[in-house]
Design a protein around this ligand. Structure first.
Ligand code: HPA
Length: 236
């Protein structure tokens, strides 16, 4: 047990899928996994371990923002011997060429966050996902005829910026296609511990067109992203 996870070590699989929302973790277990069991409910950060087509996987919420995913990913890698974490989340589009419901694979995350400096790992502002995990996710997408764009994203510490147009400069300067709030921390924790991390995101809103999605639409788009993540478990 750790301060934030009450599971037994053997109850957590080597690969963990992390949606931000713990209720999303519950939904995934109930709809996609067999023989699943609840392995964590500390702070209601629900986690389940089960099987997809015979492959063991844990799915657990990360919470929102870098401090939250920083805590859970560190404890999973360090104390539960987790090898790989795939974040499965949503993002806001910075570019017109990203449409609502598109699924993207995050190649790298730029951030102005102090997370990685404070953590003590690096002074860099860009962190990369794991190439071998990305390769597997791309193969899974192709085999299932699902489109997957590879992008660079912005991991922001702030959801509501006072200057709502600030993103235009940031996205141009660093060539960023979308924004979320966790990948930069996840990738740096993984790298620092010699582990693997990647991230799939569904576009849920657009900062350019101001379109937003309904919950039903998000549900359907999310299924494509989930299929890529789950089917990647079968690729050896
Ligand atoms: N900003 C930050 N994180 C997000 C957004 C956004 O617009 N949409 C989904 N995650």
């Amino acid at each position: 047990m750790t301060p934030h996870i009450s599971a037994k070590k053997e109850d957590i699989a080597k690969i963990v899928f992390m949606p931000g929302d713990p209720l999303r973790a519950k939904f995934i277990a109930e709809n996609f996994l067999t023989e699943y069991k609840l392995i964590n409910s500390t702070r209601n950060m629900l986690g389940y371990t089960g099987y997809y087509k015979g492959e063991r996987v844990t799915v657990m919420g990360s919470g929102m923002g870098m401090p939250s995913i920083g805590i859970y990913s560190y404890e999973l890698y360090k104390f539960y011997d987790v090898e790989s974490i795939i974040r499965i989340g949503s993002c806001g589009a910075y570019r017109k060429n990203l449409s609502l419901f598109d699924t993207v694979l995050v190649e790298s995350a730029y951030s102005e966050s102090s997370f990685v400096k404070t953590y003590g790992f690096s002074n860099e502002n860009t962190m990369h996902s794991d190439e071998s995990l990305n390769k597997t996710l791309k193969v899974a997408a192709k085999r299932n005829k699902l489109e997957l764009k590879t992008v660079k994203i912005h991991s922001s510490d702030v959801f509501y910026r006072m200057n709502s147009k600030e993103y235009v400069d940031i996205s141009k300067k660093y060539d960023l296609s979308a924004v979320e709030m966790e990948s930069f921390a996840l990738f740096s924790v993984a790298k620092s511990l010699g582990k693997k991390a990647s991230c799939l995101l569904t576009v849920s809103d657009s900062l350019v067109t101001h379109e937003v999605t309904t919950s039903l639409e998000r549900e359907q788009a999310f299924t494509g992203m989930m299929k890529i993540a789950l089917e990647s478990l079968l690729i050896k």
